[in-house]
Write a protein that binds this ligand. Structure first.
Ligand code: FCB
Length: 454
């Protein structure tokens, strides 16, 4: 089968440290907020934790061989902060923690796979949480030291850097809804955390440029295109409100536009935004966040359909698609949403380049009689979204890369291991990996794109 994927599109697979590594007590690694959260009864489905996860810390060679077998161009992974600064504030980084990533990067390069490093994918050292975590400005300083230590070690070989993964999730799920670590339920804390996450991004970009000469840097946002349920004014307003709170709050400041006025006004009315601005918003912060970057990473999974209330002030999300059009997460399969959000971002912010840093689907299929994993729905999902990415490129969107989430079924945060996103099936008892139909499909795509015969 010949692939129709654009030749210039870099194709990769993405993972994150806590979701795959395991080995939480090895190599001097400290405790992270996800260790603490997952070990708190009732927080994660089935009482699952990342203690072992995919045992990637020990099986990384096998996993890199899988990536090479798939034929992907790039691999996006994250560095566990508590492996580098186990207690968050040590004077010197933990050499053995950095050694692991050093070997990983060399292993990727030896296999012809380009590393895309994410610095923060949610595993804050617990010791920093004990001092206020992302609600405290001290954590920004600690992040600068972490970024500098990683860049000093890997910057001679790693060209692509993601500073922060999905600040919305880290801030809101972690501090307002309590579904993620550290499990707080306080909107004011979420606003402070969001601010410090974006500030940490802004502060780290110049450091990375210094320590990783010639690097390309970007932040990764999870974006959800919001559509009104009808043509009514109320529904339109509801969709724009979600766009402002979910997407623009994490985009406008990156492009020098400050925080969206309409949400600030709502926060003022709710008494969470004092007249002179919150204490954490200091002079110069917005300028720091707006540091120019080389690309914007977008994680895309689904869309939202919004209905406003009669009064126009209590929008709610409505799900209209039937069950068969949703993934195991309950998310609608909607590839056109990727085109729409890429176009809107391009129109409103014109980043020099864009990357889909995550896109994928959870489906439960496992090995059948002949130990094949027939996950045809995942193939359909990926085909649809890659076709959407191709359409966006044809329409002039400067999309450089597309990463499938994820390599092997892994620890899906508060859902534990109950949701399987992998191209490769994980047997949690034996740690055996079985390539799913979607993995075979991706390998053929890669072969086709490179003009080889499969
Ligand atoms: C994203 C996360 C990633 C993974 C996918 C399914 O929000 O960045 O770690 O859990 O969702």
């Amino acid at each position: 089968m010949t692939s129709t994927l654009p030749e210039s599109l870099v194709l990769g697979v993405a993972t994150s440290a806590y979701q795959v590594e395991g080995a939480v007590g090895e190599g001097g690694r400290g405790e992270s907020i996800w260790d603490r959260f997952a070990h708190t009864p009732g927080k994660v489905e089935g009482g699952d934790t990342g203690d072992v996860a995919c045992d990637h810390y020990h099986r990384w060679r096998e996993d890199l061989d899988l990536l090479a077998w798939l034929g992907v161009d790039a691999y996006r992974f994250s560095v566990a902060w508590p492996r580098v600064f186990p207690a968050g504030t040590e004077r010197m980084p933990n050499a053995s923690g950095l050694d692991f990533y050093d070997r990983l990067v060399d292993g990727l390069l030896a296999r012809g796979i380009e590393p895309w490093v994410t610095l923060y994918h949610w595993d804050l050292p617990q010791a920093l949480q004990d001092r206020g975590g992302w609600t405290s400005r001290e954590t920004v300083r600690a992040f600068e030291r972490f970024a500098a230590a990683v860049a000093a070690r890997l910057g001679d070989r790693v060209r692509h850097w993601n500073t922060i993964n999905e600040p919305w999730c880290a801030a809101v799920l972690g501090h307002e809804t309590g579904q993620h670590a550290p499990g707080l339920c306080d909107r004011a804390a979420a606003l402070a955390a969001a601010h410090h996450l974006l500030l940490a991004h802004g502060r780290s970009v110049p450091l990375l440029r210094d320590l990783a000469p010639g690097c390309r840097v970007g932040l990764v946002n999870n974006l959800v295109p919001a559509y009104p349920a009808s043509r009514s004014e109320a529904d339109h307003l509801a969709a724009e409100r979600l766009h402002a709170w979910f997407n623009r709050w994490y985009l406008d400041p990156l492009y020098g536009l400050g925080y969206p006025e309409r949400i600030v006004r709502e926060e003022e009315e709710a008494g969470r935004w004092p007249p002179g601005g919150p204490e954490w918003l200091r002079a110069g912060d917005l300028e720091t966040m707006a540091v120019p970057t080389d690309f914007l990473g977008i994680n895309y999974y689904s869309r939202a359909i919004l209905r406003g209330s009669e009064e126009g002030n209590a929008p709610r999300e409505v799900f209209e698609p039937p069950a068969e059009e949703r993934t195991d997460m309950g998310w609608e399969v909607y590839p056109d949403g990727l085109v729409d959000i890429l176009q809107r971002v391009q129109r409103d912010y014109a980043p020099p380049s864009l990357a889909v840093t995550e896109c994928g689907a959870a489906y439960p299929e496992g090995p059948g009689e002949e130990s094949e994993v027939r996950d045809a729905r995942r193939v359909t999902y990926l085909e649809g979204h890659l076709a959407a990415a191709t359409r966006a490129m044809a329409a002039g969107i400067p999309l450089e890369a597309f990463f499938v989430w994820t390599l092997v079924d892994n620890f899906e945060w508060n859902h534990g291991f109950s949701k399987r996103f992998g191209l490769v099936w994980l047997d949690r008892t034996t740690q055996e990996r079985v390539v799913k139909q979607s993995g075979h499909w991706l390998r053929r795509q890669m072969a086709g794109q490179k003009g080889r015969t499969s």
